[in-house]
Design a protein around this ligand. Structure first.
Ligand code: UDP
Ligand code: MN
Length: 555
């Protein structure tokens, strides 16, 4: 009898403990829900929960497509209805009404955006559903790969960092999130130490890693990627908000082709008032000018997109927000670890994936907000890292097009960018295509907006023999025509030969180049082919100072 009583007591004790502490059933979970939500409590609208505009099917549906793939509606309608009823500061992505005192310098100093405003908005705030109408009806594969979410941070604000994590967990199907990895890039702010660790003990999917020294965002992302266990890795900045159903449209494209890197539409969270809106012009193609500034250019009419909710090809990504098959990311060599602190990495990964057998897309039905800063709040040690990063990218990936960059940024020309052997080896090993291919097949609309200017020739005019006083000439252009000595024609020199930066010897009258056949030991004229080594001629000596002056336009 006594033994039975003891058993009963033990059992009751266990039950109470379970009620208190078990995740999702225990009282603890009630407490957790309360403390996670630092906003005024959600309030039902008049007459209960209102219907959500544009969303007519409230039940999950599934269909089998002609490809045999079962597709389902991934929306979380219960969560969407809850969100739709929220009112309070910044809810529905509305701007926070700012007073003058809110806009003091101090509010921006640490983060480059107004942290006071951020602190007064719920970590679970609701966002407006600004997706294209067609996105609301879309189905995605029932079986999708799961993902590790990697969020690097350096001295990020508490509320902006946590709102990123909350928005991801609130708006993603739990079974698709393998883990959330927060990677601290050697922050020195107190709130990012023990307080963050304690907070995250309530979120079993969140892991915190820390770098041992300041690594910069590129190596910090790599550290997260190396630790990731998900089938896909998804990178986000530490001040983002994931919008409704953002994840399935990304994973669905990777499920269809694992070599596709996908980017969400990046919306703007205002750095003053935290209002949520699209970028100017919304969907655009990622591009760059020849100073290597990132640019957005309109989607060209030639791409004939009759459905704006469909994914479209993107030549270069903005940078911080994308998803990639984990194994494919490593097959591509991850990022070049020689890239320092910030910048250039978005070009490296974009050129690489396109040139080495993959592709990249922007996904209009996936939207994530990002706080674009007013200014960069953190110190960049060394200072010149961006120049060095861009030079590495130009040297490894841009072939003869690097010359256009050096034209605009002559200071890059002789800058030492460190050892690039590994990157060049990777490019060979993966049998990657040329940058010329990238420009003509992927970024073909870019030169209309940012035309590359032909580099000036290193030498030009007639080529006169000092002994005979005669000139190198071709009579008429026929492919294979030999080069002969002729009497120099006065004036012809102006349109005579030019020795370009691509090392060709070009004859503009015939629009042809001097080619060579080593087996026949002869030189002859041929159509120009900048990739053909038999058309490249090296002068034993050139006058670097004269050329440099010429390139700077100070000649
Ligand atoms: N970051 C980092 N280490 C750095 C600089 C930035 O980990 O040295 C993080 C930063 O917290 C953010 C991401 O990298 O999550 C991208 O940086 P940032 O947001 O400053 O770039 P931006 O969006 O302004 O281009
Ligand atoms: Mn950012």
């Amino acid at each position: 009898m006594r033994r039975k009583e003891k058993r009963l007591l033990q059992f009751a004790g266990l039950l109470i403990a379970a009620l208190l502490f078990l995740p999702n059933v225990g009282l603890w979970s009630l407490y957790r829900d309360r403390v996670f939500d630092n906003s005024p409590d959600t309030v039902d609208g008049p007459g209960g929960i209102p219907p959500i505009q544009g969303l007519n099917h409230m039940r999950k549906v599934a269909q089998v497509g002609p490809d045999g793939v079962r597709r389902t509606d991934w929306h979380d309608y219960a969560a969407m209805r809850r969100d739709a009823t929220r009112i309070g500061n910044g809810e529905q992505g509305k701007p926070f009404p700012l007073t003058e005192t809110d806009q003091v310098d101090q509010a921006y100093r640490e983060n480059g955006f107004n942290i006071y405003v951020s602190d007064r908005i719920s970590l679970n705030r609701s966002l407006p559903d600004i997706r294209h109408e067609k996105c609301k009806q879309k189905l995605y594969a029932e079986k999708l790969p799961n993902t590790s979410i990697i969020i690097p941070f350096h001295n990020e604000g508490w509320s902006s960092l946590l709102r990123t994590v909350h928005s991801v967990l609130n708006r993603s199907p739990p079974q698709l999130i393998a883990e959330v990895i927060l990677v601290d890039d050697f922050s020195d702010k107190d709130h990012l130490k023990v307080a963050l660790e304690e907070y995250m003990t309530r979120m079993p999917k969140v892991r915190i890693l820390r770098t041992k020294k300041r690594e910069g965002l590129i190596r910090t992302r790599l550290l997260g990627a190396a630790a990731a266990k998900g089938e896909v890795i998804t990178f986000l900045d530490s001040h983002c908000e994931a919008n409704i159903n953002w994840l399935p449209p990304l994973l669905d494209r990777i499920a269809q082709n694992r070599k596709t890197i996908v980017c969400p539409m990046i919306d703007v969270i205002d750095h003053d008032n935290f209002g949520y809106d699209t970028q100017a012009g919304d969907a655009m193609r990622g591009a760059f000018d020849w100073e290597m500034y990132y640019k957005r250019i309109p989607i060209p009419p030639e791409m004939q997109r009759d459905n704006p909710s469909e994914p479209f090809e993107s030549p270069v990504m903005a940078g911080g927000l994308f998803a990639v098959d984990r194994k494919w990311f490593w097959e591509l060599g991850g990022y070049d670890t020689g890239l320092e602190i910030w910048g250039g990495e978005q070009y490296e990964i974009s050129f690489k994936v396109w040139m080495c057998g993959g592709r990249m897309e922007d996904i209009p039905c996936s939207r994530v907000g990002h706080i674009y800063r007013k200014y960069v709040p953190y110190k960049v040690p060394g200072g010149i890292s961006l120049a060095k990063n861009l030079k590495r990218v130009a040297e490894v990936w841009m072939d003869e097009y690097g010359e256009y960059v050096y034209q605009r940024r002559p200071e890059y020309r002789h800058l030492s960018a460190g050892d690039m052997t590994l990157q060049k080896e990777l490019r060979n090993r993966l049998n990657c295509k040329s940058f010329k291919w990238f420009m003509s097949e992927v970024a073909w609309d870019l030169p209309k907006h940012y035309p590359p200017v032909e580099p000036p020739a290193a030498a030009w005019g007639e080529i006169r023999n000092m002994g005979s006083g005669m000139c190198m000439e071709i009579k008429h252009f026929v492919s294979g025509s030999p080069i002969r000595l002729e009497n120099c024609v006065k004036g012809r020199g102006e349109v005579g030969w030019s020795h370009g930066q691509d090392k060709s010897l070009y004859h503009p009258v015939s629009n042809s180049c001097i080619d060579s056949s080593p087996s026949e030991r002869r030189v002859f004229m041929n159509s120009c082919d900048p990739s053909s080594l038999s058309q490249q001629w090296l002068f034993e000596r050139t006058n670097a100072t004269v050329l440099e002056h010429f390139n700077r336009g100070t000649n």
